[in-house]
Structures are given as structure tokens and as C-alpha cells.
Design a protein around this ligand. Structure first.
Ligand code: ATP
Length: 361
């Protein structure tokens, strides 16, 4: 079914409010439906009119994201309500997700039991299970795309950003090299045909980080990170996993497997004893084990800093300047800085640029 884009002006139906976030090709703003007073989020996307424009998405890419959102109706997946199209811009009217990112919510706590983290993991897996049943893969699962419905004590998970999502047809191979180094599966790096199992790898990485505050494959450069992924170089460092249950490690081990076919599916995850304990002993274990909060807070602070909007805008400006200057020019000092990718406290604007670029190429 083709998407129906309304040709009318969004502002005739919705009053624009404050900016909620920004992506590669436009802003997401809070809007209020004039006829009902209900609040939504409007995701504006600049659509490319000519191949020479520097900024924008292909019309076909927008249609892809829209057609996938239209197929998905689930409490843990952001819902699409309406669509508008003007001369050079498309607006997706989405269910408003007000609770912020899951990782930020958790980072504000003083302590968190595994059983409390599982409350969220189960919802993520339920959303994924639903998508995967329809052969839809997200292909960009990372903390930034796991949000919470509301600011309440026990909020619901909402998966967002279906910009890279794909409907996998049975007689078609799907190849892609998009993603964020820390979270992408080995088959993506090796440019092999992808399946919904690539999402399960990302769930393994996210769970690992959630429990320890460590990123399992993170190297000093993106290249090093990608190498660690294809060589499956990770371990449960004793110092960071002291308070983690063996069931949780078993759960992660069954996801961080090289061969996609060996990984647990979302449904299998939901039946794993860490998510669905059966014996009293299993229940007790989850209530005795906890998140490494000190380290998780550190990880999250670093992540937020790297994401900071100002940095992205600065790098985008640098990039545009450089593109105007042409590709034959000598690499300037800024260029060199943007090519290096030092982790930790030394992170430079450049590493952020690389990350953004590598997640969109
Ligand atoms: P990216 O460049 O990171 O891939 P994108 O252009 O695909 O982003 P989204 O990730 O969908 O855009 O949205 C960008 C940001 O806007 C999100 O990180 C989030 O903070 C906010 N946002 C997106 N959708 C919603 C929503 N439904 N409700 C509230 N905020 C939202």
C-alpha cells in the first residue's frame, strides 16, 4: 500500500511547538492538533530535489520509512498518525514519546536491580518480536532509539527511528553497511546478507552495556571497534560484572554469536530464564544482582556528551565547507582532526563526525 501524503500545510492542522530533537535531515518538534488539542511529534524531513543538493533524503527513503511505520501497530513501537508533504519537505506526525531515552532514565537512579532492568528488556523484546514476525528488521538499534512513553515510575518502552528499517522479502537478499560501529553485527561489517538476527546482536551489545557500563567491542578507533566485532573479541571483565548474574551473562553469550543463525531470536529471548524465570532460585538471583550504576552513569555521560547537538552542527558546518572546497584540496588540519577518533575524555569533534557519517552511509 502506498503512503498517502497530504498536500495541505501541516500548520493548518497542527500548531508547531518546541523542538524535541534533531536527526540528520531535519527536526522533530512537538505539535498540537488544532481540532482535538492532542499533542504529537512531527518529524520533518528535507527531501532531495536534485542529486546535487548536499542535504536531504531521497523520496524513496522517506517512503520506505513511512511504509514500514504503517505496517507496525504495537504498544512498544512509535505509532504513525499522519503524513504531510510540501514542496521540499515531508512531515511525519508521530505518537508523542515524552519519557526521554531509556538510558537517561536509568542513569538518574542510584541503584537498579537486574529484575528492574528486565522490566524494560522484556518490552524491547516484545516490540522486536512483533516486528520480526512481520519480517521487519530495525537495523539501527542503539540507546538513542530506545525511548520511554512518559515520565512515570514504570514507563513503557517505545522503539523509534525506522530510517534504516527493512521489510525482508523471502526471495531477496538484503545488504547494507549502515549502522553505528559499537552496535553493528559482524555480517553488516562483512557485507553479507542480513536478517532480523542482526537486531539480536545489537540487543546483546545493549544488554552488555546496560549491565556493566562497558561497551563490549569499543576500541580507540572505529576501525579497531569493527575489528573487535568481526573477531568476536569481548569478555566479561570481572571488575565490571561483579554484581551480574550468570543468567544475564548466558543471555548475552547467546546473542553475541558470529553466525546469525546461532543467535537467540526475540521470541527465544523472551523465554530465556533471565527474562522469564521459572524457578524460585532464578527469581531470587535476579533480585540479588544489580546494574553497575557507577560505571553505567559514566558511560551515559560520555555518550551524551558525544551526541551533543552543538558538536554535530559544528561538524556538519566543517563538512559542508570542505565539500565546497572540493576533494582535490590538501587535507587540512581540521580534516586530520576529523579523521582521528580518540575515545574517552579526549574525544574531539571529529570523532563525532565520523560516527554520524558512518551511521548514515
Ligand atoms: P538520526 O539522524 O539519529 O538517525 P533521524 O533523523 O532518523 O535521526 P529520529 O531518530 O527519528 O530522526 O529522531 C531524532 C530525535 O527526535 C530522536 O533522537 C528523539 O530525541 C526525537 N524524537 C523522535 N521521534 C520522537 C517522538 N515520536 N516523540 C518525541 N521525540 C521524538
Amino acid at each position: 500500500t502506498m503512503a498517502l501524503f497530504k498536500p495541505e500545510n501541516v500548520e493548518d492542522f497542527y500548531e508547531l511547538g518546541d523542538v524535541l530533537g534533531s536527526g540528520h535531515f531535519g527536526q522533530v518538534r512537538r505539535v498540537c492538533e488544532r481540532s482535538t488539542g492532542t499533542h504529537y511529534a512531527a518529524k520533518f524531513l528535507k527531501v532531495l530535489k536534485s542529486t546535487r543538493s548536499l542535504h536531504g533524503v531521497d523520496r524513496s527513503q522517506v517512503e520506505q520509512e513511512v511504509s514500514i511505520l504503517q505496517m507496525l501497530r504495537h504498544p512498544n513501537i512509535v505509532a504513525l498518525k499522519d503524513l504531510f508533504e510540501s514542496r521540499d519537505e515531508v512531515a511525519l506526525i508521530l505518537e508523542l514519546v515524552c519519557g526521554g531515552e531509556l538510558f537517561d532514565f536509568i542513569a538518574e537512579k542510584d541503584e537498579l536491580l537486574e529484575s528492574e532492568a528486565i522490566f524494560f528488556m522484556r518490552q524491547i523484546l516484545q516490540g522486536l518480536s512483533y516486528m520480526h514476525q512481520q519480517q521487519i528488521a530495525h537495523f539501527d538499534l542503539k540507546p538513542e532509539n530506545i525511548m520511554l512513553s512518559e515520565k512515570v515510575a514504570q514507563p513503557n518502552i517505545k522503539l523509534i527511528d525506522f530510517g534504516l528499517a527493512q521489510r525482508l522479502e523471502p526471495d531477496q537478499e538484503y545488504l547494507s553497511s549502515s549502522g553505528t560501529p559499537q552496535y553493528i553485527a559482524p555480517e553488516v561489517i562483512q557485507y553479507k546478507p542480513l536478517s532480523t538476527a542482526a537486531d539480536m546482536w545489537s540487543i546483546g551489545v545493549i544488554t552488555y552495556i546496560l549491565l556493566s557500563g562497558l561497551s563490549p567491542f569499543q576500541g580507540y578507533t572505529d576501525e579497531e571497534t569493527l575489528n573487535n566485532v568481526v573477531e568476536l573479541k569481548y569478555e566479561f571483565e570481572e571488575g565490571h560484572f561483579r554484581s551480574t548474574s550468570d543468567m544475564a551473562k548466558d543471555f548475552i553469550r547467546k546473542l553475541l554469536l558470529f553466525d546469525p543463525g546461532d543467535r537467540m531470536t526475540a521470541d527465544e529471548c523472551l523465554r530465556h530464564p533471565w527474562i522469564k524465570p521459572i524457578t524460585r532460585k532464578q527469581i531470587d538471583k535476579r533480585n540479588r544482582s544489580s546494574i553497575n550504576m557507577k560505571n553505567f552513569k559514566k558511560f551515559n555521560a560520555k555518550r551524551k556528551w558525544k551526541m551533543s547537538v552543538n558538536m554535530v552542527m559544528m561538524c556538519t558546518r566543517l563538512l559542508t565547507l570542505r565539500q565546497r572546497r572540493g576533494t582535490n584540496a590538501e587535507p587540512d588540519p581540521l580534516q586530520r582532526e576529523c579523521d582521528s577518533d580518540v575515545e574517552d575524555l579526549e574525544v574531539k569533534p571529529g570523532s563525532l563526525l565520523r560516527r554520524r557519517l558512518s551511521s548514515s552511509t
